[in-house]
Design a protein around this ligand. Sequence first.
Ligand SMILES: [Zn+2]
Length: 206
Amino acid sequence: MSVKRIAVGELGTNCYIYCDEASGRCAIVDPGDYDEYLHKVIESFGRDHFDYILLTHCHFDHVAGVSRVKELTGAKIAIFVSDAPGLRDMYVNLSAPFTGRGEVYPKPDVELIDREKIMVGETRFTVMHTPGHTVGSCCFITDGMIFSGDTLFCRSAGRTDFPGGSAAQLRHSLQRLAELEGDYQVYPGHEEPTTLALERKFNPYM
Ligand SMILES: [Zn+2]
C-alpha cells in the first residue's frame, strides 16, 4: 500500500490518497479543496481507480473538494451517518463563519456506522466513530495506519468548541484509539504524521 499526503486549501488541510497497490484501487481521504496539483495527482493514480472519497468529518476544510473529485473519479462519498447532515448546513460545516461564503456539499453515497468495513481493492478499512470534534467524526483504520481527521493530531487533539463538539466525548474517543493493540502510523487532518505509540506516551490529551 502507499499513502500520499497533499496539503490543500487555505488551512493546509491534509488530503491523503491511499492506494492498494496489489489491485491499483484507491481512496482519497478529506479532499478539503481542489486545485490543479490535486487534479494531477489523481490523474497519476488513474481517475477511474478511485472507489471512495472518505470524509473524516463534515468541516469545509476537509470536504470542499468533494464535488470536483466525485465528478472526476466517480468515487462514492462516504461519511459517518451523524456528520452527513452537516454537509448541508453551512454553519455546522463552518464554511459560513470561516470563509464568509456559506457552502453546502453533495449528499453522501454511503452513510457509515461504527465498525463498518470498507474495501479498497484488497484493503479492509474499519470505521471507528470518534465523536468530540464533531458529532460524527470518525477514523479510518487499516493494517498499521489510522486516518484520524481532526480527532488526533501529533501531540495535540481537535477543538471541541464548534457545533456538535464535546470535550468529554473527545477524551473518550482518544481513549478508544489509545486502547487499540500495537502501533499504527497516524495520518491526521492537519500538521505532521505521527505514530500511535508516540501519542500514547507524549500526547497530553490522550
Ligand atoms: Zn474540523
